[in-house]
Design a protein around this ligand. Structure first.
Ligand code: PBG
Length: 340
């Protein structure tokens, strides 16, 4: 190595990095990354057939909300605190083999959309999860079919249902639809359905890079969406693969995705970084999922960590890795931690 190749710090030993860390004000001045409330999207569970909020046991501080004033008052409090972006999940009363309630105009998400839209008009942005697992009696994300004695998910039949779900959400007032089922071609099917019905302004945020992950455990309890048999590894990605994310994102972009997503977030910061590096011009969301949230809450309950500091560190790390949008249950905790 020649002297010219040495990093500048080593050529000039009087440089002292600690000067840049000496006080909070100086640290703030040179900070590369800051998280704001407007980076966060908050998942909300709406449930049919209840009259008051139910706390989700596996996700302390999170609730399933009924379609009444308690939901409105809760959202109102969040909006006044500066949260504006919501991702809705529905928990229906009735399930069947094709998830009919997912695309019913009277479904729980569709009714919640109309209620919130009426109350908050365009002061909030409403995104909806487009999938079938909460709505099917078998708990799978698609329509099942038997081929040679083996039960498989029928990809293209599922696309037809996803298009119907997305359209019903758009009709009820969704700003963004977010397909999470990892079927091939889901963005294209949804884009075509929206465009041909006059909803070309509705955005698609695709769960492009969604791994088959044990970090979803608490969510499946929250939403009653665990598969009754088998798993999701025939469609969700294998966590041994990072570069496959590039192909998934490329495909979704070619089909018309406006925002792409990596999920989960924390064990996948390398993937977030990779996607942001390859597609710097595409808005990137990262989903800080239920298991990541519940681990923090569990450790905090034991008094093993400083919860507020840890949340701030986690959200900042996800942003630093390259996420523009962080979908997180911690959004509520973040209200008192970070600026609007
Ligand atoms: C539905 C869906 C899941 C999550 C978001 N949408 C569960 C799954 O794929 O099994 C997980 C969210 C979380 O864990 O917070 N397909």
């Amino acid at each position: 190595m020649t002297l010219n190749m040495l990093p500048v710090d080593l050529k000039f030993p009087t440089v002292r990095p600690r000067r840049l860390r000496a006080s909070q004000l100086i640290r703030d001045l040179v900070a590369e990354t800051t998280v704001k409330l407007s980076d966060l999207m908050y998942p909300i569970f709406v449930k049919e057939g209840i009259s008051s909020p139910e706390e989700i046991e596996s996700m302390p501080g999170q609730y399933r909300w009924p379609l009444n004033d308690s939901l409105i008052n809760f959202v109102d409090r969040l909006v006044s605190s500066g949260l504006r972006y919501f991702l809705m999940f529905g928990i229906p009363e009735r399930k069947d083999s094709i998830g009919t309630e997912a695309f019913s105009s009277d479904g729980v998400v569709q009714r919640a959309l109309r209620l919130l839209r009426e109350t908050f008009s365009s002061n909030i942005v409403l995104a909806t999860d487009v999938c079938l697992c909460q709505y099917t009696d078998h708990g799978h994300c698609g329509i099942l079919r038997e081929i040679n004695g083996k039960i498989v998910i029928d990809n293209d039949e599922t696309l037809r249902i996803y298009a119907k779900i997305a359209l019903s959400h758009a009709e009820a007032g969704a700003d963004i639809v977010a397909p999470s089922g990892m079927m091939d071609g889901q963005v294209k099917a949804i884009r075509e359905a929206l465009d041909s019905s006059g909803y070309s302004d509705v955005l698609i945020m695709s769960y492009s890079v969604k791994y088959a992950s044990s970090f979803y455990g608490p969510f499946r309890e929250a939403a009653d969406s665990a598969p009754r048999f088998g798993d999701r590894r025939s469609h969700q990605m294998d966590y041994r693969n990072a570069h496959e994310a590039i192909r998934e994102v490329m495909l979704d972009l070619s089909e018309g995705a406006d925002i792409v997503m990596v999920k989960p977030a924390l064990a996948y910061l390398d993937v977030i970084k990779l996607v942001k590096t390859c597609f710097p011009y595409v808005p990137l969301a990262a989903y800080n999922v239920s298991g990541e949230y519940s681990m923090v809450k569990a450790a905090a309950r034991q008094g093993w960590i400083d919860e507020r500091q840890l949340i701030l560190e986690i959200l900042t790390a996800i942003k630093r890795a390259g996420a523009d949008i962080i979908i997180t249950y911690h959004a509520v905790d973040a209200i008192n931690l970070i600026p609007a």
